[in-house]
Design a binder for this molecule. Structure first.
Ligand code: PGA
Length: 255
């Protein structure tokens, strides 16, 4: 397995934060701070902030993503947003299967698979989130949980399509809690995900496949995490709302 084959991706997940005017201010501050990044920089923002994010990042090295998309191309799904809508706007990435969607909005492994399918069919890049709860970790079923989530989500995804998929390993117990997985804990699961990709596809696919870590990653702990062999960047919640902190994480991933 060769880390040099992969470019790290640092993605902010703003969750339900920032109005359009606040988004504009944050991006204005962030742009110069990450201009020299030697990793991919993405901000995933609320739907209503997408337009301003696309305008403000135009001509910069910051890529824009949404935080979810529906599995249907269109239809009677009040309150939902479809992948072709995002694509037409110029959105590049979409987060799918975040644990908060699973926890609060009834997202299942099957709907995660269907949303992933729709995103790929519409030329979006998917940041697919997987992760165990504290209960699952304590019951020693972390790897089983990750395997089930990953295998179901990737059902029907071809090896060529994998170029447009990133997996973010996000232990649920570490999200927004200030409790980060240790470098070793995170790397162990990231490595497991890479071996799953090798089993499901090929060693070549696994070697170039980006696996992020997410869960209380911040300016202080990012360097140790992204230095791990199988951690190719991160999905950042809280710290992505603070430009200086997010920029430090980008810097750590650029080394
Ligand atoms: P956090 O969130 O960095 O605030 O823990 C990470 C995420 O949910 O993607």
């Amino acid at each position: 397995m060769n880390k040099a084959l992969r470019k790290a991706v640092i993605a902010g997940n703003w969750k339900m934060n920032k109005t359009p005017s606040e988004a504009k201010a944050l991006i204005t501050e962030l742009k110069p701070l990450v201009a020299n990044a030697d990793c991919d920089v993405v901000i995933c923002v609320p739907y209503v902030d997408l337009q301003v994010a696309l305008e403000e990042t135009a001509g910069s090295n910051i890529h824009v993503g949404a935080e979810n998309c529906h599995w249907a191309e269109s239809g009677a799904f009040t309150g939902e947003v479809a992948a072709p809508m995002l694509k037409e706007m110029g959105v590049e990435y979409v987060v799918i299967g975040h644990s908060e969607r699973r926890q609060y909005f009834g997202e299942t492994d099957d709907t995660v698979r269907d949303r992933t399918r729709a995103a790929l069919d519409n030329g979006l890049k998917v940041i697919l989130c997987v992760g165990e709860t504290l209960e699952q970790r304590e019951k020693n079923i972390t790897f089983e949980t990750i395997a089930i989530q990953t295998k179901i989500a990737l059902t029907g995804v071809s090896e060529a399509e994998l170029d447009n998929v990133i997996i973010a390993y996000e232990p649920v117990w570490a999200i927004g809690t200030g409790k980060t997985a240790t470098d070793e804990q995170a790397n162990e699961v990231n490595h497991f995900i890479r071996t799953l990709i090798a089993d499901l596809y090929s060693k070549e696919a696994a070697d170039k496949f980006v696996v992020q870590y997410g869960g209380s990653m911040n300016a202080g702990n990012a360097e140790g995490l992204v230095a791990q062999e199988d951690i190719d960047g991160g999905l950042i919640g809280g710290a992505s709302l603070k430009p200086a902190d997010f920029a430090k994480i980008v810097e750590a991933a650029s080394k």
